[in-house]
Design a protein around this ligand. Structure first.
Ligand code: C2E
Ligand code: MG
Ligand code: MG
Ligand code: MG
Length: 289
C-alpha cells in the first residue's frame, strides 16, 4: 500500500523532475564503480595564513571524471551519495587520500601544513567515524592536528545529540573542527557553544560583499573573537577583498585569487616555490606590506 502511494506520487511529477530523478538513479549506480574504476580523484586548494603570508594548509575537494558524463560537479554527486549512503565510503576514501599525501610530505619541512576535509551530515551520524579517523591517522603515523574536518552549518543544525557527541569525540582525538559555509545556514549562537569548534569559515557569499556590505564580515569576525575561534574566508577573488580581510584581522583566506584547486603535483611545486620566495597569490597580486 505504502508502495502504491509512493508510486502515484511519482506519477504526479512533471517531466523535468522525473528526468532528473532517472539521471540521479543512473549516477548513483555509476558512482558505485567510481572508486574501483579510479574515476574519483582529489584536488587541493591552498589555504593562506594572512599574517605569515604563506600557505598553511589546503582543502581537499573531490572530483569525479566520468568516461561519458565528463566532470560531474561535486554539489551534484555528493547529494546523491549522501542520499544513497555511498558517501560513507567516499568520505573515508578522501580521508585516506589526505593521510597518504601528508605522509608523503617531507615531515621536517612541512610539519605545520594541514589538510581540511569535508564531512557530510551523513558521516556525522556514522558512529564508527571518529574511530575510523583515529585509525587512519595512526596507520600513517600522523598527529591528529594535521587534519581538519569541515562541517557545514546546515549539517550542524540537523545534528542530533548523538552526532553532536561524535563531533566532540573527533575533537578529543585532536583533529580541528571548522564550521563551513558559515552564515548560510541557521545556526544559532548556542550552536557555537554546543560544539567544540576551532574555526569559522566565512561563506563565499559574504566574501563577495566585503566591499559593498562590510558589516557582515565584521560581525562574523567579532563573533569569532568573542568565542575564541579562528576565521578563514572562502572564495577570495579580488585583491581588494584580500586587503580588507587582512586589515580586519581575518586569520586565513582561500580563493581563486590566491590559488585554484590543483592536483598534488602542482601543490608540491607551489610549496617548493614558496619555501624560497614566500609569495602570496600570483605575480602582481601580492599582499600589500
Ligand atoms: P565547500 O566545502 O564550501 O568548498 C568550496 C567550494 O568553492 C569548492 O567547490 C571550491 O572549488 C570553490 N571555490 C574555491 N574558491 C573559490 C573562488 O574564489 N570562487 C568561486 N566561485 N568558487 C571557489 P567544489 O570543489 O565544486 O565543491 C563544492 C562543494 O562540494 C564543497 O563546498 C563541499 O560542500 C562539497 N565537497 C567537495 N568535496 C567533498 C568531499 O570530499 N566530501 C564531501 N562530503 N563534500 C565535498
Ligand atoms: Mg569545505
Ligand atoms: Mg565552504
Ligand atoms: Mg560552499
Amino acid at each position: 500500500d505504502a508502495q502504491r502511494r509512493h508510486g502515484s506520487h511519482w506519477l504526479q511529477l512533471d517531466g523535468a523532475t522525473a528526468a532528473r530523478l532517472r539521471e540521479d538513479k543512473w549516477l548513483e549506480s555509476e558512482l558505485g564503480f567510481a572508486i574501483a574504476m579510479r574515476q574519483l580523484y582529489v584536488v587541493f586548494q591552498p589555504q593562506y595564513d594572512l599574517q605569515a603570508q604563506r600557505i598553511c594548509g589546503a582543502e581537499l575537494l573531490l572530483r569525479w571524471q566520468h568516461p561519458e558524463f565528463g566532470l560531474v560537479p561535486p554539489d551534484r554527486f555528493i547529494a546523491i551519495a549522501e542520499h544513497s549512503g555511498q558517501i560513507l565510503d567516499i568520505d573515508l576514501w578522501v580521508l585516506e587520500q589526505a593521510c597518504q599525501f601528508l605522509a608523503r610530505l617531507e615531515q621536517a619541512r612541512f610539519a605545520d601544513f594541514r589538510l581540511a576535509i569535508n564531512a557530510s551530515a551523513t558521516e556525522l551520524s556514522n558512529p564508527h567515524y571518529p574511530r575510523q579517523v583515529e585509525l587512519m591517522l595512526k596507520r600513517h603515523h600522523l598527529s591528529p592536528e594535521r587534519i581538519g574536518i569541515e562541517i557545514t552549518e546546515t549539517a550542524l543544525v540537523e545534528l542530533d545529540d548523538v552526532a553532536r557527541s561524535m563531533v566532540s569525540t573527533l575533537k578529543q582525538i585532536g583533529v580541528e573542527i571548522a564550521l563551513d559555509d558559515f552564515g548560510t545556514g541557521y545556526a544559532s549562537l548556542s550552536h557555537l557553544t554546543a560544539l567544540p569548534l576551532d574555526t569559522l569559515k566565512i561563506d563565499r557569499s559574504y566574501t563577495v560583499q566585503l566591499e559593498s556590505n562590510p558589516k557582515l564580515v565584521d560581525s562574523i569576525l567579532q563573533l569569532a573573537e568573542a568565542f575564541s575561534l579562528s576565521v578563514i574566508a572562502e572564495g577570495v577573488e579580488t585583491p581588494q577583498q584580500l586587503r580588507l580581510l587582512q586589515e580586519k584581522g581575518c586569520d586565513m583566506a582561500q580563493g581563486y585569487l590566491l590559488a585554484r584547486p590543483m592536483r598534488e603535483e602542482a601543490l608540491l611545486i607551489l610549496l617548493e616555490q614558496e619555501n624560497k620566495v614566500v609569495p602570496i597569490g600570483r605575480a602582481g597580486q601580492n599582499l600589500p606590506g
